[in-house]
Ligand binder design. Structure first.
Ligand code: CA
Length: 232
């Protein structure tokens, strides 16, 4: 899960980056509104935490630009959590009307923000169909627990991210670039070989479930159930 923090108060931003990184999200931070809009439109984020008062372009403008762009663009669907000051009731209402999914008033507790972030990601990605399931493999995004036949699967943080990325796009090809984006921050990189190693390890671990990671040569990977179950 990849989160973008848009906040020009560097102390608040730093706290958020630390807390969310610790909670196993891939986290990026920008302080400038225009840069933020471009980054969000690239479509790699699952959640944007957006401060309203920003240099270059304010948060409300970013929000309305994203929500009024054409259908099927990422800007329509990405979950957006607004950060506002305590006395800005009118602004909060406007933000929700324009299309924010939730808001937090400053100062806030990081634990609460994390809980809301989890809820938003779950809501926007999965509706109410929890957990994700592929053959006998299941993954609960909220608790970050993977299991096979109710037997807990022990995964490293990166294996878990990888599994999450593949399960979110089950039955579709996921490119190495997309995997890289979900596993890395801007300041860390991962080579092709490293991704192959993670895929190899994960493939072995999930093998008993009947879920298979297929290598699509030159394109990427695809997660699917080994045998398609006929629809009754
Ligand atoms: Ca600000």
């Amino acid at each position: 899960m990849r989160v973008l923090i848009v906040e020009d108060d560097l102390i608040i931003a730093d706290g958020l980056v630390r807390a969310l990184t610790q909670a196993q999200y891939a986290v990026d931070h920008v302080a400038d509104g225009k840069v933020a809009l471009r980054a969000i439109q690239e479509g790699v984020y699952d959640l944007v935490i957006l401060d309203l008062g920003l240099p270059a372009m304010d948060g409300m403008d970013i929000l309305s630009q994203l929500r009024q762009t054409h259908h099927h663009t990422h800007g329509q669907s990405v979950a957006i959590l607004i950060l506002t000051a305590r006395d800005e009731l009118h602004t909060r209402i406007k933000a929700l009307d324009v299309g924010a999914d939730d808001f937090m008033t400053k100062p806030f507790h990081l634990e609460e923000l994390e809980a809301r972030a989890r809820a938003l990601i779950r809501r926007s990605k999965l509706g109410k169909n929890l957990p994700l399931q592929c053959a006998n493999l299941s993954l609960d995004i909220a608790s970050k627990l993977a299991s096979i036949h109710d037997q807990m699967l022990h995964l490293s943080a990166r294996e878990l991210h990888l599994l999450e990325t593949l399960m979110m796009r089950m039955g579709k090809i996921v490119t190495k670039e997309q995997i890289m984006e979900s596993l890395c921050n801007w300041d860390s990189t991962l080579g092709d070989n490293a991704i192959e190693v993670y895929v190899h390890r994960l493939r072995k671990k999930i093998d008993p479930s009947g879920a298979k990671i297929r290598t699509i040569r030159g394109l990427g990977y695809l997660l699917e159930a080994a045998q398609a179950h006929p629809v009754a």
